[in-house]
Design a protein around this ligand. Structure first.
Ligand SMILES: NC(=O)c1ccc[n+]([C@@H]2O[C@H](COP(=O)([O-])OP(=O)(O)OC[C@H]3O[C@@H](n4cnc5c(N)ncnc54)[C@H](O)[C@@H]3O)[C@@H](O)[C@H]2O)c1
Length: 284
């Protein structure tokens, strides 16, 4: 059984991971670069844990002190040295991810597994810069983490069978199962879903329909739970844009060319739910 989990990055996914871990009684070390991000994250984690039993009665009611006793926040990466499993959630940008892995490889025990929570970046590429490529595995959690029963697990070129088994054990502790796929940029879910979110942005930019019409077509006609633009807002338009850049760079295929409207919104700070405005406006 895993006891103490290191979560690197306290943004959309890091917060979601910490909520899920705390709700399952696991000790969580949450790392970010600035104290203000950790304070915002802690407030959101406390609030989400408070509401979780109302959304799903399998979750326990937890007092704030109980949450705080499991959740440790820090700006020092060094503090994850005694964690038995790491899930990294820093932005979808190689220049940010690479130094994090180089440092984690120095800090963490040889046994520690690195779970890469990336949207698109190759797991083989991440494993290749560490001295433990067999213990690096893609863990593509879905948002919001505590509401999703399955995740996409990606086997890098060197990921060992034992690491896959241990990843499945970790997921079992969170009541999740794994859909295991091979490694190629964007894997399955995002190689497909980013085309659809990007094209939806092109449709809006071309003035064919407004965001609500686009999403309504997918929900009311195709029976999807969420439309492509609501999904993009939930993920974060900056993350969608970075992922499209990764896909375009890898495949050199113009089908992944990021819609200029998406770029403009990100440059204007309209990143979706997390910034309060994207294709829709949200109460903060
Ligand atoms: N948003 C989603 O729905 C989603 C789903 C699955 C996977 N992902 C992937 O998860 C990763 C994180 O995405 P996100 O949406 O949470 O991004 P985000 O921008 O919301 O959060 C990233 C966090 O990482 C922090 N950070 C930056 N550099 C750091 C460092 N060196 N050390 C520690 N923390 C650092 C930032 O301050 C920020 O709080 C990305 O690779 C993304 O592609 C995102």
């Amino acid at each position: 059984m895993f006891q103490r989990i290191g979560i690197i990055g306290a943004g959309t996914m890091g917060i979601g991971m910490a909520v899920d871990l705390v709700l399952h009684g696991l000790e969580t070390v949450l790392v970010d670069v600035e104290e203000k991000h950790l304070q915002r994250a802690t407030a959101e984690i406390l609030q989400t844990v408070r509401f979780a039993p109302m959304l799903n009665n399998k979750y326990p009611r937890m007092a704030e002190d109980d949450v705080r006793s499991l959740l440790h926040t820090t700006t020092q990466l060094q503090d994850v040295e005694d964690c038995d499993y790491i899930v990294e959630n820093v932005p979808e940008n190689w220049s940010i991810k690479e130094p994090v892995y180089l440092r984690l490889d120095e800090i963490c025990s040889e046994e520690t597994i690195f779970g890469v929570n990336t949207s698109c970046i190759s797991i083989t590429k991440v494993g290749g810069i560490t001295n433990r490529p067999d213990r690096v595995i893609g863990m593509h959690f879905m948002n919001p983490v505590y509401m999703k029963p399955s995740i996409e697990v990606i086997r890098g070129y060197f990921t060992s069978d034992e690491t896959v088994t241990r990843a499945e054990s970790f997921l079992a502790q969170l009541d999740k199962d794994a859909i295991i796929v091979k490694d190629q940029t964007g894997f399955v879910s995002n190689r497909i879903s980013h085309l659809y979110m990007n094209e939806a942005a092109w449709v809006v930019m071309d003035g064919v329909a407004n965001p609500k019409q686009v999403d309504d077509l997918f929900k009311k006609c195709f029976g999807h739970k969420m439309g492509p633009l609501e999904t993009a807002d939930l993920i974060g338009l900056d993350t969608v844009m970075h992922s499209l850049h990764v896909l375009f760079e890898e495949y050199q295929d113009t089908k992944f060319r990021c819609c200029p409207l998406l770029k403009k919104m990100v440059h204007a700070g309209e990143c979706g739910r997390k910034s309060g405005k994207g294709f829709y406006t949200y109460a903060k």
